[in-house]
Design a protein around this ligand. Structure first.
Ligand SMILES: C[S@@+](CC[C@H](N)C(=O)[O-])C[C@H]1O[C@@H](n2cnc3c(N)ncnc32)[C@H](O)[C@@H]1O
Length: 344
């Protein structure tokens, strides 16, 4: 009994140390435009104001703390009303899905009305701002031939390596830290998964080697870095489906076609704060994307001060066994939420 208590205390201390490191990283990352996620106040009116001027944001009504049994989690610091916008967040890294590369902005994933640039590359940006923000890493990306890496991802049906590739380009040109995802929880990987990642890594590394990238710029790009990044992307990446941003009849048709093909997602992205939300099959919060990859975390019902905020990682309409299997295989845990305990 005593041993169990000591072990639990040590565990918690260890996790608090990791949390402290996260806060340090957080401060570092806030000064970086491309890395920067921002969080804004909770009422819709102030949130809208803060979104246009993130530097003036007041802190959101949440804190990250240790939970009893699910690692770190996000807790309400005051009562939050149903439907309230709790905070917004910009991605650390995002990438369109292979099928959306030419139909959404290459940076923010906004669905197109007007293409701005780089038609020849099959890649476009929705605004001068996105083009400007992407300039440096896109220059690096353009130097390399990604066909073998892309082909491999395509044939294997892999979407996450695209995020790893973009992060690698961002690190190479100095707009992101190689450690930017370190604070996030990594997935436990099987030997088969690691083997596959090592194959991808070889293709990624040789694309960089054949491009005009110096050894110094590539020093971070080791197998260990790549596997560590993908292990984190695996359980922290969000699949982005836009709720708005459909402009005309053609957009509506494309969206309907995408639904038939069962790929309504325009891309994937990894965020900092949203990554600390734990799962519940009957969640009290959810994340929505209106017209681009900016995540909006909203309350689904009234939440009390001190209550943990939880989102649903999967399709909540699935039955109990299907949810359990997906959560275990995809995220490595058995769900003991009230809904699962009730057998629903
Ligand atoms: C996106 S992270 C959530 C934040 C995480 N708890 C942390 O400390 O960074 C997802 C991981 O959190 C844990 N987790 C999330 N929801 C859980 C739950 N309902 N029960 C147990 N573990 C959970 C699992 O390890 C899962 O792979």
């Amino acid at each position: 009994m005593l041993l169990a208590v000591v072990r639990e205390t040590c565990d918690k201390m260890f996790q608090l140390v990791r949390y402290g490191r996260w806060l340090k990283n957080l401060k570092k990352s806030q000064s970086n435009l491309l890395l920067g996620f921002y969080i804004s106040s909770t009422t819709t009116t102030t949130a809208a104001r803060n979104e246009s001027n993130p530097s003036r944001s007041s802190p959101p009504p949440i804190r990250v703390s240790l939970t009893e049994s699910a690692g770190r989690g996000v807790f309400a610091t005051r009562a939050i009303g149903a439907g309230e916008l709790i905070h917004t967040a910009k991605p650390i890294v995002s990438h369109p899905s292979l099928s959306s590369t030419t139909s959404v902005c290459y940076l923010c994933l906004k669905s197109f009305r007007n293409r701005i640039t780089s038609e020849a590359q099959g890649v476009s940006f929705c605004s001068q701002e996105c083009e400007e923000q992407s300039k440096v890493f896109y220059e690096v990306e353009k130097q390399a031939d990604w066909s073998a890496y892309r082909e491999y991802c395509c044939t294997q049906g892999l979407k996450y390596p695209l995020l790893a590739k973009r992060l690698a380009c961002m690190v190479t040109c100095g707009v992101a830290n190689a450690e930017s995802l370190d604070i996030l929880q990594p997935a436990i990987l099987s030997p088969e998964m690691i083997l596959q990642m090592e194959k991808e890594f070889t293709l990624l590394r040789s694309a960089f080697e054949e491009a005009n990238v110096t050894d110094e710029q590539m020093a971070f790009l080791t197998k260990q870095w790549y596997v560590g990044v993908l292990a984190r992307i695996r359980i922290n990446a969000f699949r982005i489906e836009l709720a708005g941003g459909l402009y005309d009849y053609q957009d509506l048709l494309s969206s309907a076609a995408a639904l038939v093909e069962a790929e309504a997602a325009v891309g994937n992205a990894v965020y900092m704060l949203p990554s600390f939300y734990n799962h519940d099959c009957d969640p009290n919060a959810h994340i929505v994307w209106i017209e681009n990859s900016d995540a909006r975390v909203k309350a689904l019902r009234d939440i009390e001060a001190g209550e943990e905020l939880r989102i649903c990682y999967i399709d909540a309409s699935m039955d109990h066994d299907a949810r359990q299997t997906l959560l275990y295989e995809g995220f490595g845990f058995r769900c003991h939420c009230l809904r699962c305990l009730s057998g629903d």
